[in-house]
Design a protein around this ligand. Structure first.
Ligand code: CP
Length: 317
């Protein structure tokens, strides 16, 4: 079995795999695409994507990655509405069925934490990649986030990262925390209203690994001290009917000119995207987009190269 088979959580990745294999391979993919639009690495291989939650970046970059590697893509982008899960079919039965149609790789986005692990346990021979499971994890996002920090800053060792926004429901920040524990001298600032602060399981994990973190309510208090601001969307879909709770926190700690003014020259602003531009102000105001420190669209583009690298490691080996 290859070193990397199912990708369920970001704890699976270690430093030699990231620094020694994945990151160099992602760079190699970027260079290869400059010379040739479509490679032959995964010719005659098939990816099936099943998504029960909406997605733009993850869905499309995985599809694009597979196409650029020479493979094919099929699946259901609206599996919660249009697959037989609507008729009451369990995730486990769905996976047992789908595995008969695809030996190469299944990419699953699921609406409940733990869905990816459950799905992988029903598979006998096909690797599964977690493309985000509810408020659980989004490991490939964490890898592309870490890759972006390395590309922009040179190293993850000693990095000071402020995670801002909805930390309680955010699977991207959870996965990134796990990944950053692999590096030395990392310092984290959790900038959030107490109602959406980072969950205790992550704080316990960081404490066990000796990673320093601080809980803060106002981004202005720490903006001048950090290398990375990692803003996140307050996730309306995770609040259910608690509209008042959502409204209380949605417009806090927006990244605007006042934050840019405090930020160091070398610092970068990241966001897993999408940012929410409806019904209020987005987490990062458009006035920030033209600043060279705004790295979030470069970050999204890195997703293609990182996912190509991951697919090559998992499917071609
Ligand atoms: N960052 C991310 O997962 O974006 P999508 O929901 O658009 O895939």
């Amino acid at each position: 079995m290859p070193k990397l088979f199912h990708v369920i959580e970001s704890q699976q990745f270690d430093r030699p795999m990231l620094d020694g294999e994945l990151f160099p391979l992602a760079e190699e993919m970027e260079l290869s695409l400059k010379k040739k639009r479509r490679l032959d690495i995964l010719r005659d291989r098939l990816m099936l994507r099943l998504f029960t939650e909406p997605s733009s970046r993850t869905l499309l970059s995985f599809g694009s990655a597979m196409w650029h590697l020479g493979g094919d893509v099929d699946g259901s982008e609206h599996a919660r509405e249009f697959s037989s899960m609507v008729k009451g079919e369990s995730l486990e039965d769905t996976m047992r069925t789908v595995e008969g149609y695809c030996y190469d790789v299944i990419v699953l986005r699921y609406h409940e934490a733990g869905g990816a692990k459950r799905a992988s346990e029903s598979l006998e021979h096909t690797p599964l990649i977690n493309a985000g499971d509810g408020a659980g994890q989004h490991p490939t996002q964490a890898v592309l986030d870490a890759y972006t920090i390395v590309r922009e800053r040179g190293s993850l060792d000693g990095v000071r990262v402020a995670m801002v926004g909805d930390l309680s429901n955010g699977r991207t920040v959870r996965s990134l925390c796990y990944l950053l524990t692999k590096y030395n001298g990392v310092c984290l600032y959790f900038v959030a209203h107490p109602a959406v602060q980072m969950k205790q399981d992550i704080k316990d994990y960081l404490m066990r690994r000796g990673v320093v973190f601080y809980e803060v309510e106002d981004v202005h208090d720490i903006a001048g001290e950090v290398d990375v601001i990692y803003a996140t969307r307050v996730q309306r879909e995770r609040f259910g009917d608690k509209i008042e709770a959502y409204n209380r926190v949605r417009d806090l700690n927006l990244i605007d000119r006042s934050v840019l003014g405090l930020l160091q020259e070398h610092a970068i602003i990241m966001h897993p995207l999408p940012r929410n531009s409806e019904g209020g102000k987005p987490e990062i105001l458009p006035e920030v987009d033209s600043d060279p420190r705004a790295a979030y669209f470069r970050q999204a583009h890195n997703g293609l190269y990182v996912r190509m690298a991951l697919l090559k490691m998992i499917v071609a080996s």
